[in-house]
Design a protein. Structure first.
Length: 263
């Protein structure tokens, strides 16, 4: 997560955005390679293995973020124990997933950027008009094409890759980018998204991860310590334990009676 990565992401955004903005038909041409006009559908979209692949991608993402959630819940239940995943790393993983694929992609863009999916446009067997990536006024009412949601989730794996040991980090980044590109290609082939939907899903997700990584790890002015992140969890955990003890006031007395120390 350095300036080189930022520059590369911005260059990709400018080049792809400019070329496909001037020549929007390129998006249609790419998707048309996967559309069979004789049967009027995207054949990949009806293959059983596609559904299994999409489910597998979701499970992998959930598996990668699960330790962060377990660490936070564990800290609340056992506030004096060391976290399974340290505070900043847990916060980083959860926030990037929630703000990127969660809020930005699925909560804002896909519901308010009315670009119809390839499978829905007239040229590719649908009924809607085709719009370029920069035009939010398409015919799609909700859960639209821009940007690709599953690709955004797949590119989110750049976040755990950023936390990999330095000697493995380049390999982890390569794996995350390959995973994101593969899921994106699958969605293009199935008629679920255009090429630019996938590219900008990757760019936006990377930019958010880059920003959050800077705030939490790189920039001294904003970088908190793990203790600073974990301290509110300790206080919340202790408050939770006190509340439970107040709700179950007889528990201590019953335990004492069993030991014979109190009547």
């Amino acid at each position: 997560m350095n300036r080189t990565g930022l520059v590369i992401a911005l260059v990709i955004a400018v080049v792809v955005g400019g070329v496909f903005g001037i020549y929007p038909g390129l998006d249609l041409a790419i998707s048309a390679h996967f559309f069979d006009p004789h049967v009027g559908l995207f054949k990949v979209n009806v293959q059983p293995w596609v559904l299994h692949s999409r489910d597998g991608a979701r499970y992998l993402i959930a598996l990668l973020v699960a330790p962060a959630f377990v660490a936070i819940v564990g800290k609340l239940l056992l506030p004096r124990r060391r976290m399974l995943v340290r505070g900043r790393a847990s916060l980083f993983l959860i926030l990037t997933l929630a703000l990127g694929p969660g809020l930005l992609t699925n909560g804002i863009l896909k519901d308010y950027w009315g670009r119809s999916r390839p499978i829905d446009v007239k040229v590719l067997g649908g009924t809607d008009r085709f719009t370029s990536w920069w035009d939010p006024f398409g015919d799609c009412p909700a859960n639209c094409s821009f940007v690709a949601g599953e690709a955004s989730g797949a590119f989110w794996t750049l976040a755990p890759a950023a936390l990999a040991p330095p000697q493995w980090r380049a390999l982890a980044y390569g794996g995350a980018l390959t995973f994101g590109a593969a899921i994106g290609l699958l969605r293009i082939a199935a008629g679920g998204h255009f090429f630019t939907d996938v590219v900008f899903a990757g760019v936006f997700t990377f930019l958010l991860i880059w920003l959050m990584h800077g705030l939490l790890f790189r920039w001294p002015a904003t970088r908190p310590s793990d203790d600073a992140v974990e301290r509110p969890l300790v206080k919340a955990g202790e408050a939770l334990r006190s509340a439970v003890a107040a709700i179950l006031p007889g528990r201590k007395g019953k335990t004492a009676n069993k030991t014979g120390k109190l009547s």
